[in-house]
Every structure is written in C-alpha cells, then in structure tokens.
Ligand binder design. Structure first.
Ligand code: DC
Length: 219
C-alpha cells in the first residue's frame, strides 16, 4: 500500500479544494469519496429506491453498479455524471443514503482499492481517518464555522449557476452536519490522532501551507 493522506471534516470545510491542491503538490492521486456517495445515491434514485426502503432492497439495487474516475470526471455505469452529482438534490440523497449499511459496505472495498499497489493518495470524506484508512500516513480534520461553511457553499452554488439563498445554504449545512454526525455507522467524528485545523479565518493557501508544514514535521 502506498502512502495515504486522509482528510475528514464537515461539508464546506474546504476539504476538496485542499485535498486537490495537496495532491498536486505531493504528486499523489486525489480521491473525492463524497463523489462516490453522490454517484451511488444517483444510481439508487434512478432505480426508484426510496430512503425508506429496506437494506435488502438497497443491497440488491447496488449489485453490478460501477463508478469510475477518469480524467477528473465521474462515470456511473459508463455514463458521465460529473455535473449531475453536484445538484442540491444529489447532495440531499447522498447524505440520506450514506447513512445506510449496504451503501457503506458497497463503498468500503472500493475506496480501499484505490490505494492498492504503491499508489500514493490524498483522500477526503467523513470517515477516512476513522474507518476507511485508520492507518493513514497523515491525518487531518478540517473544520470551519457553520456560517463560513454556508457562505462557501453559497458561493460554490453561484459559480455553478444554482441559485440558492444564504438562508438555504445555512439550513443545508446544518441539516447535513446533523445527518453526517448522528448516523450509527461511520459517523463524522474527530479522531484523536488527526491534526485539527479550523479554517474559518484562513485562506486556502494558508491552509495548504499549514498542511504541508505538518506533513514535513518529523514526529
Ligand atoms: O463531501 P460531499 O458533500 O460531496 O459528500 C456527500 C455526502 O456523502 C455527505 O452528505 C456525506 C456523505 N459522505 C460520507 O458519508 N462519507 C464519506 N467518506 C464521504 C461523503
């Protein structure tokens, strides 16, 4: 197994931006596990699966589902879903379905598989440091205030030309926090051995510098 830099944190803490930049600086590959949960949620939605359906039905619907990353794009069963997974609806369903055991069971080996061989990886999500890569080479937990995370989300949606209000953004962030942290399986939580960084008043480049500093520290 190659080296893994594992990053966890709530929605809007800057994980994707930082993980991408860090991967570039280190020459590692980047794995966005949220994209996997979003693609799975889409696939379940396409198949008419509802959140209230039982585990058996969900597990059956996931049989044979394939998710791939190619040239920065996300493919679900061979179809490019890179834009579809970024909608508000996909975000909602991914948060709901990610609490379900068959979904987490399906994605666990897939995520670990990305580090097979001697591939070095920067991974980000909610349970990277605790469940998927507990023995990661370096671990980080990125955080920021609810208001700042909502502001970033609002800006991100504006770039994608998806109009949401700031109130909507706050509500969305709060709801997702609640769901991601309170689920029974692999909830979002800070692990003691992850370096904690509050990014509320930091620019992305300041956060990147700090992460590189921590990575270069000899423990
Ligand atoms: O990071 P994101 O917003 O793209 O993630 C979408 C949803 O997927 C999020 O609400 C929580 C879930 N998720 C998860 O449960 N575990 C991960 N490792 C990554 C994402």
């Amino acid at each position: 197994m190659g080296k893994v830099v594992a990053i966890d944190g709530p929605s809007g803490a800057g994980k994707s931006t930082l993980a991408k930049s860090l991967a570039e600086v280190l020459g590692f590959e980047y794995l966005d596990t949220g994209a996997l949960y979003r693609a799975v949620a889409l696939s379940l939605k396409f198949k008419g699966i509802a959140p209230e359906n039982d585990d058996k039905k969900i597990a059956r619907a996931l049989e044979g589902v394939s998710i791939e990353f190619r040239d920065g794009r996300v493919y679900l069963n061979g179809n490019d879903v890179s834009e579809d997974i970024r909608t508000k609806e996909a975000g909602h369903y991914s948060s709901v379905f990610s609490a379900r055991k068959p979904v987490r069971d399906f994605l666990l080996p897939l995520q670990r598989g990305f580090s097979r061989g001697d591939k070095d990886l920067v991974v980000e999500g909610r349970d990277m440091t605790t469940v998927v890569f507990p023995d990661a080479w370096k671990k980080f937990y990125l955080d920021a205030s609810t208001r700042e995370r909502a502001r970033r989300r609002y800006e991100q949606m504006a770039i994608l030309r998806k109009n949401i209000s700031m109130e909507d953004a706050i509500e969305d962030v709060e709801l997702r926090d609640k769901r991601d942290s309170s689920r029974e399986i692999a909830p979002l939580k800070r692990s003691d051995d992850a370096f904690y960084l509050d990014t509320t008043d930091m620019t992305a480049s300041q956060v990147l510098d700090k992460m590189i500093e921590v990575i270069n520290e000899v423990f």
